[in-house]
Ligand binder design. Structure first.
Ligand code: F6P
Length: 539
C-alpha cells in the first residue's frame, strides 16, 4: 500500500456522507447528470446517482494518481504479477496488429499468428472443411472451468443473435450431471470437443474430458481427431493424441480469468465467426485506448473503480450488485464474480503485509427484470445498502418486440430512480389514507410502505449488445478491477486462494472409497462416514 496515500484515505473517511441525500445534490446542481457521467465511444457511464460530490471526487482522484505508472507498466509487459513473476498482457491479445516487444520477444507477431490459426480452424469447422466422422460439425462442446469457461460461456450467450455456426455447449462442473445432460442427444460423429485448460491438469476439466473421450470412442474410430485443445501444456495435449494443428497455446502472461480474448475464445469464434470475434477484440482494444489516454477524471475504468472504492472501502457497503437489463447478459454477474473476487479478494498487499482496509467486495447479480421479483425487496428496504450497477442497451435485437424492450428500459431507469428517491412516511400515509385507512392501522401500515431511498447506483448504457460493445464492457470491467487492485496495493493477477481447497479435495477423495486418510478433522471424518453410509444404504 503506497503510504503517501494514507492522508487521502483519512480525508475520504471523514467525507463519508451521513445524512446528505443524493436528491439534495441534484437540487444543488441541476447539471449534475452531465457532470457526474462519462460518454465515450458510444457508451455512457452515469454515476450521478451516488453520494459523491465534486470535492470528494477530487479526493478520490488523488488515490488514482498511482494508477498511470502501473497501467503503463502493465501495457508494456513489466512483470507486475510479482508473486508469479509474470507479465500481464491479455491486452496484447486484442491488439494483434500491435508492435509489442517484451524482453526481446516480439509478442504481437505470436498473437497475430495464433489468432490467424484460430480463424483458419474456426472457418474450417464452420464451412465443413473440418468435419467429424459423420460429416459437418453440428455441435461444439467446450470443456473448461473458471476462466476457461466463464468468459466464452458468458459471451456466447450475450452474442447469440450473431450465432451462425454450430451449436455451442459448455461443460464445467465435475458433477457428472453437467456432462451427461450436455452430451445427451448429441451425435458423437458430428461433435467437436474443445478441451480448454491452460494447465491441462485441472481435475474437473480433465475428468470431463476423459468422459467425453470415452463417449466419443463408442462410435467414432479416431476420437482424438475430433478433439481440439486450448492449452499452454503441449506435452500434455500430445499425450492425449491431439494433433498440434488443433492445439492453440497461450503464454504465461495471460491469466485464466483474462483469457477469453485468445485461444480460450475459440468456441465463441466458431459460433459467431472470425470477423465478429475480431470485432469483439476491437471493442476491447478501444477500451484499452480509452483507459490509456483519457484523463483520470474522464476515464471510465478509473471512475468505475473509484465509485466502487467509495462504496466498499470508504462507505462500508459489503456487496455490489451487477444488474444487467439484458437477458443475454445473464452470465455476466458470474463472469464478474470470478474477475473481481478472484482478482481482488486478497488479505495481503503486494509486499505481503496485512491489508489495512477491506479487499474487494462480494459481487452478485441477476438480470432485470427477474431480479426485481426476487431480491430487490432487500435492495429497496433491507437494512444493508447494496450499491447497484445497472447495465442496459438502448436497442434490442428484436425490432418486432420493441415494446418489450421499452418496458425493460423503463424498469431499469425506474429502479435507479426509486432507489435514490425512496418514499417518505408522509407520502406513505397519504397512500393509506386514499385506501380508506385511518388511525393506528394507517400508521402501522404506512411504515411498511416507506422506502428510505438514498441508495446509490450507477448506470452503464450502450447502444446495442454487439461483439464490439461486449468487448468494451469486458475490458472496462477488467481495467476497473486493475485500478481497484492498484489503489489497494493488491496483486490482482494471482489466485493462491483457490489452491488449498483443491489440494484437500485430493486428500479427502480416499475417504469416500472407505480408505483411511490421516490428517482430517473430526467433522470432515464424520461427514465422509455419513456420505459412505448414505451411498451404501439400500433405501
Ligand atoms: O480457479 C483457479 C483457476 O486457476 C482459474 O484462475 C482458472 O481460470 C481456472 O482455475 C482454470 O484453470 P485451467 O485453465 O488451467 O484449467
Amino acid at each position: 500500500m503506497p503510504n503517501d496515500l494514507e492522508p487521502v484515505w483519512t480525508r475520504l473517511k471523514a467525507a463519508k456522507p451521513a445524512e446528505r441525500r443524493i436528491t439534495g445534490l441534484f437540487d444543488a446542481d441541476p447539471t449534475r447528470a452531465g457532470e457526474f457521467s462519462i460518454a465515450a465511444d458510444g457508451m455512457l457511464f452515469d454515476y450521478s446517482k451516488t453520494n459523491l460530490d465534486a470535492e470528494t471526487r477530487e479526493t478520490l482522484l488523488e488515490l488514482a494518481r498511482v494508477v498511470p505508472e502501473k497501467r503503463d507498466a502493465m501495457f508494456s509487459g513489466s512483470r507486475i504479477n510479482e508473486t508469479e513473476d509474470r507479465a500481464v498482457l491479455h491486452t496484447a491479445l486484442r491488439n494483434p496488429e500491435g508492435e509489442l516487444t517484451v524482453e526481446g520477444e516480439d509478442i504481437s507477431a505470436g498473437v497475430a499468428e495464433t489468432l490467424d490459426r484460430m480463424c483458419g480452424f474456426a472457418k474450417a469447422v464452420r464451412d465443413g472443411s473440418f468435419a467429424g466422422q459423420g460429416g459437418r460439425i453440428t455441435d461444439v462442446v467446450n470443456i473448461g472451468i473458471g476462466g476457461s469457461d466463464l468468459g466464452p460461456a458468458m459471451a456466447a450467450l450475450a452474442l447469440s443473435p450473431f450465432h451462425d455456426g454450430p451449436r455451442t455447449h459448455f461443460v464445467s462442473n465435475v458433477d457428472g450431471a453437467d456432462i451427461a445432460d450436455t452430451l445427451d442427444g448429441l451425435d458423437p460423429a458430428t461433435t467437436l470437443v474443445i478441451v480448454a485448460s491452460k494447465t491441462f491438469t485441472t481435475i474437473e476439466t480433465m475428468t470431463n474430458a476423459e468422459t467425453a473421450m470415452a463417449w466419443m470412442r463408442q462410435s467414432v474410430d479416431d476420437p482424438s481427431a475430433q478433439f481440439a485443445a486450448l492449452s499452454s501444456a503441449e506435452d500434455k495435449t500430445a499425450d492425449w493424441g491431439i494433433d498440434p494443428s488443433r492445439v492453440f497455446g497461450f503464454e504465461d502472461w495471460v491469466g485464466g480469468r483474462y483469457s477469453m480474448w485468445g485461444p480460450i475464445g475459440l468456441s465463441l469464434m466458431i459460433a459467431i465467426g472470425p470477423e465478429n470475434f475480431r470485432e469483439f477484440l476491437r471493442g476491447g482494444a478501444a477500451m484499452d485506448a480509452h483507459f490509456q489516454n483519457a484523463p483520470l477524471a474522464r476515464n471510465m475504468p478509473v471512475m468505475l473503480a473509484l465509485v466502487g472504492i467509495w462504496h466498499h472501502q470508504i462507505s462500508g457497503y459489503p456487496t455490489r450488485a451487477v444488474l444487467p437489463y439484458d437477458n443475454r447478459l445473464a452470465r455476466l454477474p458470474a463472469y464478474l464474480q470470478q474477475l473481481e473476487m478472484e482478482s481482488n479478494g486478497k488479505r495481503v498487499s503486494m509486499d505481503g503485509a496485512d491489508l489495512d482496509r477491506a479487499s474487494g467486495p462480494v459481487v452478485w447479480g441477476e438480470p432485470g427484470t427477474n431480479g426485481q421479483h426476487a431480491f430487490y425487496q432487500l435492495i429497496h428496504q433491507g437494512t444493508q445498502i447494496v450499491p447497484c450497477e445497472f447495465i442496459a442497451a438502448a436497442r434490442g435485437h428484436e425490432p418486432h418486440l420493441d415494446h418489450h424492450h421499452k418496458l425493460l428500459l423503463a424498469n431499469c431507469l425506474a429502479q435507479s430512480e426509486a432507489l435514490m428517491r425512496g418514499r417518505d412516511l408522509d407520502t406513505a400515509r397519504e397512500l393509506m389514507r386514499e385506501k380508506g385507512m385511518r388511525g393506528e392501522e394507517l400508521e402501522r401500515q404506512a411504515r411498511h410502505r416507506v422506502f428510505p431511498g438514498n441508495r446509490p447506483s450507477t448506470t452503464l448504457l450502450i447502444r446495442q449488445l454487439t461483439p464490439y460493445t461486449l468487448g468494451q464492457i469486458v475490458a472496462l470491467y477488467e481495467h476497473r478491477v486493475f485500478v481497484e487492485g492498484v489503489i489497494l496495493g493488491i496483486n490482482s493477477f494471482d489466485q493462491w486462494g483457490v489452491e488449498l481447497g483443491k489440494e484437500l479435495a485430493l486428500k479427502v477423495a480416499p475417504l469416500l472409497d472407505g480408505e483411511q486418510a490421516p490428517g482430517h478433522d473430526p467433522s470432515t471424518l464424520a461427514l465422509a462416514e455419513a456420505v459412505l453410509e448414505m451411498r451404501n444404504s439400500s433405501v
